[in-house]
Design a protein around this ligand. Structure first.
Ligand code: NAP
Length: 335
């Protein structure tokens, strides 16, 4: 049994508890909110948290002996501080994406986790998804990979408010914005599959706000020895493009990179001048018998149960490489 303390009562905490509750090892014994009434309402609508104690301070919650692990579902700028507090109190940490605002914070978190011998994992839902795992296991069938292209473009429900001058945490200049909020979903899986790119070029488009320029959409080119990657992300328009891994022997396609519900494999048909037979695809989907957020809690619970301090899928090295790339992309626009 793993007794979680949940930090933050926003919609992401509601979403993940639906999946967490499908793993019988997961219990919620504490909820931490800045506002007692928000915690009460959260407990009221989440049966998994029905018996949870309420805290208004992360330190106090982390000191509770009936808490084994802390889930951090609060805005990016709080991830480092809350993670360090939880680790100091001897608790494992499952922290929302991106792991931190920047690589310097990320390194402090990783060093603290390693020094403590506790588990720290970024809650990157995409790479633990069964359809993504299936595609990751099939890279040899399309190798050598020549191109990775990924899209996450979703018109944000908070964009209208931004236009009126109200800045939601997901748009906040300096700590969030489209790259950290949704671009990371195209970037993290790329690094998980192919490692650190040798070339990074990007364009981030911004809008002016009272707190500075907020990036709202972007594109990037990333170069590897033998392959190219192109990433496209946005919080101000939708796209219905899939994510594709194109290799000399064929293509692997995920319908959506954030949460893939379908995976397809299209073997390269035959050497062709363009007039040859059309390649025939087949679905290789694993299906999603559980809620999309179940898989990150299952991975976390498996690791706690077996005494491991790092996921071999959502590695801390991947989290740090991603943050270093984000730092570089952001520097290009803010100097
Ligand atoms: N995995 C996914 O699919 C997914 C989806 C969306 C977001 N996320 C990630 O989840 C995190 C939260 O994002 P969000 O858009 O849900 O944020 P949000 O709505 O602004 O905040 C979430 C909760 O955090 C608490 N909070 C808000 N501002 C805070 C502050 N300044 N200090 C401390 N706590 C604060 C609030 O809970 P209380 O009122 O109870 O304190 C709030 O309800 C981000 O890191 C984001 O990247 C992940």
């Amino acid at each position: 049994m793993i007794r979680f303390g949940i930090v933050g009562t926003g919609r992401i905490s509601d979403w993940v508890l639906k999946g967490a509750g499908q793993d019988e090892r997961v219990k919620v014994t504490a909820v931490c909110s800045r506002i007692v009434e928000a915690a009460e309402a959260f407990i009221g609508r989440n049966p998994l948290a029905a018996d949870a104690k309420i805290y208004t301070s992360v330190e106090e919650m982390a000191a509770d002996p009936e808490v084994d692990a802390v889930y951090i579902g609060t805005p990016n700028q709080t991830h480092c501080e809350y993670t360090l507090k939880a680790l100091e109190a001897g608790k494992h940490v499952l922290c929302e994406k991106p792991l931190a605002v920047n690589a310097e914070e990320g390194r402090r978190m990783v060093e603290a986790a390693k020094a403590s011998g506790l588990l720290l994992m970024e809650a990157m839902v995409s790479t633990l998804n069964p359809n993504f795992r299936k595609v990751a296991s099939m890279l040899d069938e399309v190798a050598p990979v020549r191109h990775y292209s990924s899209y996450f473009c979703q018109y944000s429900s908070k964009y209208e408010a931004l236009k009126r001058g109200e800045i939601a945490s997901s748009f906040r200049p300096g700590t969030a914005g489209a790259l950290r909020d949704v671009g990371v979903y195209t970037l993290y899986p790329m690094v998980a599959l192919f490692g650190r790119p040798s070339v990074v070029r990007s364009e981030l488009r911004t809008v002016k706000t009272a707190e500075g320029d907020a990036d709202v959409q972007g594109t990037a080119y990333l170069g590897y020895d033998e392959m190219d990657a192109t990433l496209t992300w946005s919080k101000v328009y939708d796209s219905f493009q899939p994510t594709e891994i194109a290799g000399e022997k064929g293509n692997l396609i995920l319908d959506e990179i954030h949460i893939a519900r379908r995976a397809d494999f299209i073997p390269h048909a035959a050497p062709t001048s363009g007039l040859g037979p059309k390649a025939k695809g087949e679905t290789v989907s694993e299906g999603m018998p559980f809620n999309e957020y179940y898989y990150e809690f299952k991975e976390f619970a498996d690791l706690v149960e077996t005494g491991k301090t790092e996921s071999s899928v959502n590695t801390l090295e991947t989290s740090l490489i991603v943050l270093e790339i984000i730092d570089g992309m952001v520097k290009q626009i803010i100097g």
